[in-house]
Design a protein around this ligand. Sequence first.
Ligand SMILES: [Zn+2]
Ligand SMILES: [Zn+2]
Length: 199
Amino acid sequence: MKRIFSTVLILSILIALLSGCGRKEKKGEHGGTIVKAAGYSFEPVFSNFGVEIYVSRGSKPVPIEGVVGSATVEQEGKPPRWADLRAEVERLLVPYAFPTIAGYSANVRFNIKGLEEDREKTVEFAAPFRMTVLYGYSCPKHPEITTLRRGKCVKCGGADKVETKVRFQCSVHDDVWSMTYGECEQCGTTLVLRPVPEP
Ligand SMILES: [Zn+2]
Ligand SMILES: [Zn+2]
């Protein structure tokens, strides 16, 4: 009897470990990866403006007035970079730190303070860095005139481009796009910057 118990125990531990390895990351409603820590769910959304963090408890969003924190970007083989983080500000940011991360892969460690529960005033968690929102500038009349920098549309005789969400898009395949520079996996064409279509 004892033997069966221990076999079952070992098996269930193995299954738990194995399923943990192949675990799919949970996507949040803002496109970021959901990380659970201390009873809260955190969804960091990385953009070229920095990071916004959406905090919820159960299915309820947590007001983040007074919530502050810091973030450390850990990139393999490189010294960690520190950045201050003030999560109450929309598009709060770790300014300019993220676009410079080589290959757009890193782990970001967060230390968040000021949450509502006394015993959980400080929460630490780590999230993979993955660019989820890219902002650029585009001409409303000429979507082919889209850049990451502010500027004027060359086809409109000097009209300013407007800030908008952008992505790198295959000019042949509508369904192929990326948050980083690259080539289309289907035709090899270099992806071009375009506004994200309205849903
Ligand atoms: Zn234009
Ligand atoms: Zn293509």
